[in-house]
Write a protein that binds this ligand. Structure first.
Ligand SMILES: Nc1nc2c(ncn2[C@@H]2O[C@H](COP(=O)(O)OP(=O)(O)OP(=O)(O)O)[C@@H](O)[C@H]2O)c(=O)[nH]1
Ligand SMILES: Nc1nc2c(ncn2[C@@H]2O[C@H](COP(=O)(O)OP(=O)(O)OP(=O)(O)O)[C@@H](O)[C@H]2O)c(=O)[nH]1
Length: 440
């Protein structure tokens, strides 16, 4: 399971600055895309070869000192429950504050690696001044400047070393791993029950019910599937009423481990912001996605109901135009058999390989019928394209001007590949690489 690192600390200590530094610049394919709900608070980061999910727990409203302390307690509580490693950030310019002292007390009792870090230590002089933080009685205090990238690598070196060893199961190429994600109470467990055909997971009418996380293998038409059923489903014994936004963390973990993501939406509630956040992450993670609109039985429908839902989903999730939409009822079983059918379809595309010859034929036809726009007055030429991976299908195209290719042209090429090879249900990746033209 991919580990989680959480950054905790008062407002304005520099959590987002550190987060952005670690996440690095975003790829254009994500930035230019209209309608992707970007939740800057969660990102998958790879550092020294180790991937982890980084969470910036910040972003709450500035508030009174009482309220602040309360929020910090909640934030830290969350980090203590969800994260594998915690970075507690303090502000070397503002100095030590009473709320720092209190939160440090809390975090010292945690049985997880906690890094106590003083930020904004931009130079030697501040280094000396940060000595007051040693009065916290913590043995190890790191000083960094997130803004100037000072001490950040050393810190991350230690953070990565403290990550738990990922339990790497044997690579199981023949299993389709399905994540079922969505807000609390949309019917994820009920859907899972239906898919498995028996009451394996107990559905409960209270939102955010506590339960064990269960991964379940099942076989259907001689094919094997793994249902990753941890999504939004709380583990047993937790009593803290979590903020809804944080059930997203469970979804992210599931998505990381999956091939196909079932984004479950309640027909009663329509699309919510949290659905958008989760779907945006699934998209960025490059997973195949299927929208499952559940509780279809609970609606009074007329001829336009389906159409309206499809419109809403296509409008809210512009970046997932290829994701199929299913309307089901986990309660009555209506159209549940379509789910596995659809999973098979998108999985076939997600894992598909096309021949280099076919790929280059399609590529050169696309380029010939619609030339790439000039880049700084120069012609953009493509030499060669090749598929370098699957899950999702990933292509590299060699060109004289990799940076000069506009996003809209990239989208044009991807659409051509989609049409030509029927990649209709899967995300695709297209990478441009520079190559000098060979001398004739
Ligand atoms: N001098 C200095 N300023 C910094 C450093 N890191 C962050 N800052 C500044 O501190 C301010 C707050 O930084 P943020 O990253 O927004 O802080 P935050 O903790 O995410 O704040 P919230 O979103 O309110 O929780 C910004 O003006 C940053 O430019 C640093 O290393 N040195
Ligand atoms: N009418 C109707 N109700 C449903 C359907 N699917 C689930 N429900 C009800 O919705 C409630 C929540 O269902 P769960 O399966 O526990 O939802 P969940 O998404 O797993 O919820 P959390 O564990 O809180 O994340 C229960 O009362 C279910 O009986 C459906 O298709 N139609």
């Amino acid at each position: 399971m991919i580990p989680i690192v959480a950054i905790v600390g008062r407002p304005n200590v520099g959590k987002s600055t550190l987060f952005n530094r670690l996440v690095g610049r975003r790829k254009a394919i994500v930035d230019d895309l209209p309608g992707v709900t970007r939740d800057r608070n969660y990102e998958t980061v790879t550092r020294f070869g180790r991937p982890f999910i980084l969470i910036d727990t910040g972003g709450f409203e500035p508030a009174s000192e009482d309220r602040l302390l309360q929020q910090m307690r909640e934030q830290s509580q969350l980090a203590m429950e969800e994260a594998d490693v915690i970075i507690f950030l303090m502000d070397g310019r503002a100095g030590l504050t009473p709320s720092d002292v209190e939160v440090v007390e809390m975090l010292r009792r945690v049985d997880k690696p906690v890094f106590f870090v003083v930020n904004k230590v931009d130079g030697e002089k501040l280094e000396v001044e940060s000595a007051e933080f040693y009065t916290l009685g913590v043995d190890n205090i790191a000083t960094i400047s997130a803004e100037h990238n000072r001490g950040v690598n050393d810190l991350m070196d230690e953070v990565v070393a403290a990550l738990p060893e990922g339990k790497k199961g044997a690579a199981e190429e023949d299993v389709t791993r399905i994540a079922v994600v969505g807000r609390p109470n949309v019917g994820k467990s009920s859907l899972v029950n239906r898919l498995l055909g028996y009451e394996r997971v107990v559905a409960n009418p209270t939102p955010g019910t506590t339960r064990d996380a269960i991964d379940t293998y099942f076989t259907c038409n001689k094919k094997r599937y793994l249902l990753i059923d941890t999504a939004g489903i709380r583990r047993k014994g937790k009593t803290t009423q979590k903020l809804e936004k944080y059930s997203v963390v469970d979804s992210l973990r599931s998505i990381e481990r999956s091939d196909v993501v079932l984004i479950v939406i309640s027909a009663e509630d329509g699309v919510t912001e949290q659905d958008e956040r989760i779907a945006g992450y699934a998209y960025e993670a490059g997973r195949a996605c299927i929208f499952v609109v559940n509780k279809w039985d609970a609606l009074t429908k007329d001829n336009s109901t389906i159409g309206k839902f499809v419109d809403q989903i296509r409008t809210e999730f512009k970046y997932l135009p290829f994701a199929p939409i299913l309307f089901v009822s986990a309660l009555t079983g209506q159209r549940i058999n379509k789910v596995v059918e659809e999973v098979d379809k998108v999985m076939a595309q997600y894992a598909k390989r096309v021949s280099t010859a076919d790929l280059n034929r399609v590529f050169s036809e696309a380029v010939t019928s619609h030339h790439p726009p000039l880049s700084q007055g120069k012609r953009v030429k493509f030499y060669y394209a090749t598929q370098v991976g699957t899950r999702p299908p990933t292509f590299v195209a060699f060109t004289n001007r990799p940076e000069g290719i506009h996003f809209s042209y990239e989208r044009y090429l991807l659409n051509k590949l989609r049409e030509a090879f029927d990649f209709s249900g899967t995300p695709l990746r297209l990478i441009f690489r520079g190559r000098e033209r060979k001398a004739p």
